[in-house]
Design a protein around this ligand. Structure first.
Ligand SMILES: [Fe+2]
Length: 363
């Protein structure tokens, strides 16, 4: 027994075979917390099955070990999403908690604005939970779990792209109309559903990276020719992973097109202009912005203002040559749909990178 304070967690957040470095308790009928597993002890699938046999919905963690529990969730998120002992509701709850932490950290670290308000955190949680429920209903949860289990950084990036994309689209109904004709005439419930589908496309856009070796994904030096060819397959691999799911066609096309450049020369098909679907043109912008403002294995995050300068095609002066040039960030002017980029810059301006929470606080 312990006299500590406890928080309830779903049994489905415990991964069979993984080593939790926190203690797990169950509550007796008398309301006492009884130690069920010590930290560092593997929990087997059989033990978990026996624990949940009677329909047990909660186990408990000492609040003092919350940090260890949060780390455990991050490290095992992919497996938690494919855990047969967990309901979709619980998976969505865990996923949204972990993802909200990712967004919160990015908001404070990369965008350099103040802390997120409780209201923003709540909205972010709801948004991510809704996106995951949709993914689950459309039979694409396994593909997402595979990506997260393969490379956590890809998942972090995808979560931030989801959040920025939804915040941007919410502010720009005309862009949403281009993605889903009929949006502006739809009722509120239909609008929410359409926006949610766009968020799902954002979350899944890099899912094909599950087939790219982590040594390539996280390589500190520029990629060589062969590695680059492998990397360029990820939109096609992503489409292949989602082909048999019930996701809408425009979501699948966004995954396929998200590296196509507006003025041609992108991959995998080098299509251009309006042949690139609208959601893919949005993702091309948000994806680049997040990649450049995030920490990479080989360089520090770029400040948002400098990032925008590069995106609109005005290369900043090299500041004393202290930051190495990154080929993957250069020549971006030709990559984007100028009209959507203008709207995205206005949207970011409303975030007020000097410290006020503007547009993002409403998302
Ligand atoms: Fe990508």
């Amino acid at each position: 027994m312990s006299d500590g304070r406890y928080m309830a967690i779903p049994p489905g957040s415990i991964v069979p075979g993984a080593l939790p470095d926190f203690r797990i308790y169950v509550r007796s009928p008398q309301g006492k917390y009884v130690l069920w597993a010590l930290e560092g002890n593997k929990v087997s699938a059989g033990q978990l099955a026996r624990l949940t046999e009677g329909g047990l919905k909660e186990v408990f963690v000492d609040l003092e070990q919350k940090f260890q529990y949060d780390q455990y969730l991050e490290n095992n998120l992919g497996e938690i999403l494919s855990n047969q002992y967990s309901s979709d509701d619980h998976k969505a709850m865990i996923f949204s908690n972990v993802s909200t932490n990712v967004v919160k950290t990015a908001f404070e670290a990369s965008l350099g604005v103040g802390a997120m308000t409780a209201d923003m955190l709540q909205r972010t949680q709801t948004m991510v939970r809704n996106a995951l429920m949709f993914i689950s209903e459309s039979r694409s949860l396994n593909a997402l779990a595979k990506m997260i289990g393969h490379d956590y950084q890809t998942y972090e990036h995808a979560t931030k792209v989801l959040w920025l994309t939804m915040a941007f689209l919410r502010e720009n109904p005309d862009v949403l109309e281009g993605i889903q004709p009929g949006y502006q005439a739809a009722n509120e419930k239909q609008k929410m559903e359409m926006l949610r589908q766009c968020g799902v496309g954002a979350l899944l856009h890099d899912i094909g990276k599950a087939f790219v070796a982590t040594e390539i994904l996280n390589k500190p030096e520029p990629l060589n020719e062969i590695e680059w060819e492998i990397m360029k397959r990820h939109p096609l691999n992503g489409l292949a992973m989602l082909l048999d799911t019930d996701l809408p066609g425009f979501v699948k096309k966004a995954v396929l097109h998200h590296h196509e450049d507006f003025h041609g020369g992108g991959y995998p098909m080098s299509i251009e202009g309006m042949k690139i679907t609208t959601l893919a043109r949005v993702l091309r912008i948000v994806d680049a912005f997040d990649a450049m403002t995030s920490r990479r294995p080989y360089k520090d995050p770029m400040p948002p203002r400098k990032t925008m300068q590069i995106m609109i095609g005005t290369p900043p002066e090299q500041e004393n040559g202290d930051q190495p040039k990154d080929d993957r960030d250069e020549g971006m002017r030709r990559c984007f749909d100028g009209e959507i980029l203008k709207k995205f810059i206005i949207f970011l301006g409303r975030v007020d990178l000097s410290g006020q929470q503007g547009a993002l606080s409403k998302q």
